[in-house]
Design a protein around this ligand. Structure first.
Ligand code: IMP
Length: 176
């Protein structure tokens, strides 16, 4: 893939910054002075979590979990495993799951179900990207950054076989 891959910018660095700052304002307003725990889903959410977290005015804690369902390729296996669980007990906390992208919806649906059994005060989801057209299940997503077409994207945390996560923008990855 490396020699024959073609990247075309879909969402610029400036557009990401502007939208994430809007999302943070909405989240602050909904929190209404209460504190929040952001749960970053590793590894794809790293930059989004970092930028969103720094844009929030609310009292914010951060934790991470890691799932695995894609095994490095471009299509989902549909099997979700927890590779790294949370350090923090989320009971009675306002929790926002911070995801890079919702594609089939399978990962998020599993996470919502799992975390709701731990009795948080509230449980919401902030996803930077959503591919509405490829959903197999329909978990609730309270905050969506951008609706994108059903294309494989990389950059700003998202990878193809661990590459491209460091790009400051989102790009469509196509084989030539
Ligand atoms: P879902 O379970 O199909 O919704 O997939 C969720 C996970 O698949 C995301 O958190 C990503 O890690 C990965 N994923 C889905 N679509 C893409 C993509 O276009 N590029 C890179 N990773 C993706």
């Amino acid at each position: 893939m490396s020699s024959s891959a073609q990247l075309s910018v879909l969402i610029s660095k400036e557009a990401l910054e502007a939208r994430i700052s809007e999302m943070a304002k909405q989240i602050d307003s909904d929190l209404n002075g209460e504190s929040v725990l952001l749960i970053g889903v590793l590894k794809g959410s790293i930059h989004f979590l970092s930028d969103l977290g720094r844009s929030l005015a609310s009292d914010t804690e951060i934790d991470f979990l890691q799932t695995s369902s894609y095994h490095g390729g471009k299509s989902s296996t549909g099997i979700v495993q927890i590779r790294k669980d949370l350090d923090i007990n989320i009971e009675d906390l306002n929790v926002i799951i911070v995801e890079d992208i919702v594609d089939t919806g399978i990962t998020l649906s599993h996470l919502r179900e799992l975390l709701s059994t731990r009795k948080p005060k509230s449980l919401k989801v902030a996803a930077l990207l959503s591919k509405e057209g490829s959903r197999k299940v329909h978990p609730k997503v309270e905050y969506i950054g951008f609706d994108i077409p059903n294309e494989f994207v990389v950059g700003y945390g998202l990878d193809y076989e661990e590459r491209y996560r460091n790009l400051p923008y989102i790009a469509i990855l196509r084989e030539e």
